[in-house]
Write a new protein. Structure first.
Length: 461
């Protein structure tokens, strides 16, 4: 093993990195000092400790007669890997039973299933990601349209950025100047005049303003109300979302088909002239014993349900299933495919529908995507949902939030300076801005300040 692997403070972990369920390929990633050793045991031979692709076969049982799978191994010896540790990416056949058996084999050989985010945490700890890139991964996971994915992807590639680092260096120079002159009165040797450092503070604030993501722009994007569209299979949810989607939306229309299971994930679409989002979800009819009515489209759908500002229930005139009480109160009940009543007069009208089972009255709207009937009324109803209450929480964690916090600290520093308050108070806010820009390096600020103070001395002093 390499010294990087032997010196790793972590144990070895693995995680399924492809979607669960049946598929053409299952991908499992392994990271840690035992990565090469464990996979060597499963392939029955020593793996070369070099960066390469290996075509092999995996034996998932120690005894005779166990399953043997074809596999492709992507080998990344540390530290030249995502986590900075030895990493192996294993590609093989995908099915729930095979992935479960593979996981059992890895545990038997001494590996541990990774916790959520543990691969990225190791990359951060080992210096392979900075904090801005870690935030970008989170933003990429949370992205709800192509614009957000592009923004997060660019941030992940670029990291904190040279401009942000130059800003931090400038603020450290300014703080060093303030600290060096704090023990002296103006006019004394070593004293620093306010007329000298206030323009520097103003210049750094303007520099930050130039690179700070526009809060108003991001607020408009991330404070949009998110409305989840739920309902049984083939209720017309995707057709409805396509009909309400803005024509400028970058994402292509959702796939519509007559059979169940076409929609497999939540797909967020910008609607209402950019005033709200709709989340087109897989068809589900919650069971009475389900707490939230969300099972195996799984944790993704459950998470989106919890994070949404509201939800609507869609069922067709052919199958008028009311909103289930298990989910709480829907924003409205949309009865779709109303045009089918013209073809089949036996289909009931809106007044004949059964009452919703939720805890309070639910407004009911009848629509026909084919004829455009009721779409305008529904859009007006959805547009009345207020700004997302989750915006501040999302903003604080999204890329750029720290820059805004740094800007607020510098604004306060300028206010204190212009009011003639003590330099110590100004310096405290400048230090807060520096910490916001790179919180993981906050413990190094005193040392960096001393370097700046002493480096300003004459040679030989």
């Amino acid at each position: 093993m390499s010294l990087a692997s032997l010196d790793s403070p972590f144990d070895s972990i693995f995680a399924l990195s492809s979607p669960p369920g049946l598929g053409e390929r299952g991908v499992v990633r392994i990271s840690g000092p035992q990565a090469f050793e464990v996979i060597s045991q499963l392939v029955g031979g020593q793996l070369p400790r070099e960066r390469r692709v290996v075509e092999t076969r995996l034996k998932l049982s120690r005894g005779a007669g166990g399953p043997v799978l074809p596999a492709t191994l992507l080998c990344f010896p540390g530290p030249a890997s995502f986590t900075g540790e030895d990493v192996i990416e294993l590609h093989t056949l995908s099915s729930p039973s095979l992935m479960s058996l593979l996981g059992e084999s890895l545990v038997r050989e001494g590996l541990r299933a990774a916790w959520p985010g543990e691969f990225s945490r190791r990359a951060f700890t080992n210096g392979k990601l900075d904090l801005a890139q870690a935030e970008a991964i989170m933003a990429l996971i949370r992205a709800r349209d192509q614009s957000e994915m592009a923004l997060a992807g660019a941030a992940l590639r670029e990291g904190a950025g040279a401009s942000t680092m130059r800003l931090r260096e400038g603020l450290l120079d300014l703080l060093g100047l303030l600290e060096a002159g704090m023990d002296f009165e103006e006019g004394e040797t070593g004293g620093v005049s306010r007329d000298e450092w206030i323009p520097l503070l103003q210049a750094e604030r303007e520099r930050l303003r130039g690179i700070e993501p526009g809060r108003r722009l991001l607020e408009e994007r991330f404070s949009l109300p998110s409305i989840l569209v739920l309902g049984p299979p083939n209720a017309g949810k995707t057709s409805l979302c396509n009909a309400l989607a803005d024509s400028s939306a970058a994402m292509p229309p959702g796939l519509v088909a007559d059979f169940e299971g076409t929609t497999r994930d939540v797909r967020w679409i910008l609607c209402g002239g950019g005033h709200f989002r709709l989340g087109d979800s897989p068809g589900r009819v919650p069971k009475e014993n389900e707490k939230t009515g969300l099972e195996q489209e799984g944790r993704i759908l459950e998470r989106e349900f919890r994070a949404s500002d509201a939800w609507i229930w869609v069922s067709s005139v052919e199958r008028c299933i009311p909103p289930p009480a298990a989910l709480g109160t829907a924003l409205c009940w949309v009865v779709s495919k109303a045009d089918l009543r013209d073809e089949d007069p036996h289909l009931g009208c809106l007044s004949d529908l059964p009452p919703p089972q939720g805890p309070s009255y639910v407004e009911r709207l009848e629509v026909s995507v084919r004829e455009g009937r009721g779409l305008r009324a529904l859009e007006e109803r959805l547009a009345r949902v207020g700004r997302s209450g989750a915006f501040e929480e999302e903003w604080s964690a999204l890329l750029g939030g720290r820059l805004v916090a740094a800007g607020k600290a510098l604004d306060l520093a300028l206010e204190l300076a212009m009011s003639g308050l003590p330099t110590e108070m100004v310096a405290s806010e400048v230090q807060e801005a520096i910490t916001c820009l790179k919180p993981e390096a906050s413990s190094k600020i005193p040392e960096e300040l001393l370097d700046r103070i002493f480096s300003s001395f004459c040679l030989g002093k």
